[in-house]
Design a protein around this ligand. Structure first.
Ligand SMILES: [Ca+2]
Ligand SMILES: [Ca+2]
Ligand SMILES: [Ca+2]
Ligand SMILES: [Ca+2]
Length: 382
């Protein structure tokens, strides 16, 4: 009996440390598990702190795969201005009240902008025409309705809402945001808690009707009228090599926040599992090419008979073009008139409204990004 008790005690005492260790491992495992697989929840305001450091987001809240490098969807140094002026990651999650975002980037005397697009029927198309933050960006596939922007060393980013129906006017709205970008320091972020009620702002603009949010982020020059050296997700044609010319932003992340259609954000899901792209990175840049210029009524027309010439353009990816008209001596005459859907017309008149002399004229198709210029000859006859 004595021996038995002793044995039991002995066995028990031997197991005590094992149990302790198991318990510690279990707790560590659960902590790791909960860190790695945090999901959207009713209230994340105690975990996500808007302080410009994004380590409070977990790996399944990172929208871009970064490792292994061969599969990286966004490189830390794919910017024309190098790793110290580069967008590196977008992190995102949500609860019942807010969409939480972090833009990991490095900015050295430059700016970072994060764009959101929810409503197809309005938003920024050409940022040069906006009333604020005029940058040389054109959007294809999105027309952003909101953006969050800051400049290097400014810890108080600006959140802007494009006016309903507008492509030109945005108004600043105060939300909870913070940025720590600071003259080339790595590991910094811009963070914001964007209240759902700010982006779903009235009974016509609801999550139930618009459950998808498109987004992208860029680094851009501090000065107006210039572009930028890096975008994420990467655009199809690549950014202009000088980092300053007009950039065509034609790729985006698309996130469904309400898959059940009940008008409430989905709770208990991994944000990463919701990531869709227009074109999934990584991919090779596609150089813009003119595939065909069509002249439905031929390349010859009699302007004196009130005839017009019409032509359409087919390219291998989305872009916009201007068509300049020159005579054979290279003298600029005027621009062809854009009539929509990649179609133009010309009535054979110069800038003063006078008919040009008959002869051969050159149509020069020039892409906005200046990547491509393509010539076609036409004839004006009597
Ligand atoms: Ca934070
Ligand atoms: Ca980058
Ligand atoms: Ca829009
Ligand atoms: Ca990029």
């Amino acid at each position: 009996m004595h021996m038995n008790l002793n044995n039991i005690y002995y066995l028990g005492s031997q197991c005590q440390p094992c149990r302790c260790l198991s318990f510690v491992f279990l707790v560590l495992f659960l902590m790791f598990f909960s860190q790695a697989f945090t999901t959207t929840a009713d209230d994340l305001s105690s975990r996500i702190v808007i302080d410009g450091y994004s380590d409070d987001f977990t790996s399944n809240e990172e929208l871009f795969i970064k490792y292994p490098l061969s599969e990286s969807q966004e490189l830390d140094d794919d910017s024309w201005w190098g790793e110290y002026n580069d967008v590196k990651q977008i992190k995102l999650t949500w609860d019942l009240n807010n969409l939480y975002i972090a833009i990991d980037a490095c900015s050295w005397n430059n700016n970072v902008i994060y764009f959101l697009d929810i409503y197809d029927d309005y938003g920024i198309q050409d940022m040069l025409n906006l009333n604020t933050w005029m940058r040389a960006f054109k959007f294809y596939g999105t027309n952003p309705d909101f953006f969050l922007a800051t400049w290097d060393t400014n810890d108080n980013p600006q959140f802007w809402k494009v006016r309903e129906g507008s492509t030109l006017h945005a108004d600043e709205i105060t939300i909870d945001d913070f940025s720590t970008y600071n003259t080339g320091n790595l590991g910094r972020a811009m963070e914001a808690a964007i209240p759902w009620e700010v982006i779903y702002y009235d009974s016509l603009h609801t999550m139930k009707h618009y459950p998808y949010i498109k987004m992208l982020a860029v680094i851009t020059t501090g000065a107006d009228n210039l572009g930028g050296p890096d975008v994420m997700p990467n655009n199809l044609g690549g950014m202009p090599s000088d980092g300053k010319s007009m950039a065509v932003l034609d790729n985006y992340v698309n996130i469904c926040v309400d898959s059940t259609g009940n008008g409430e954000p989905d709770i208990g899901i991994s944000p990463k599992a919701r990531v869709e792209f227009f074109k999934t990175p990584p991919f090779e840049e596609i150089a813009l090419k003119v595939e065909k210029v069509n002249f439905p009524d031929g390349k010859v027309f009699a302007s004196s008979q009130s005839e017009e010439i019409k032509f359409t353009l087919k390219t291998n990816r989305l872009s916009s073009f201007n068509v300049e008209i020159y005579n054979v001596k290279g003298k600029y005459i005027c621009n062809a008139q854009y009539i929509g859907e990649d179609e133009w017309k010309w009535d054979g008149k110069g800038q003063g409204g006078k008919l040009v002399p008959f002869g051969i004229y050159i149509l020069r198709f020039v892409s906005d990004s200046k990547e491509v210029s393509h010539n076609e000859a036409i004839a004006v006859i009597k």
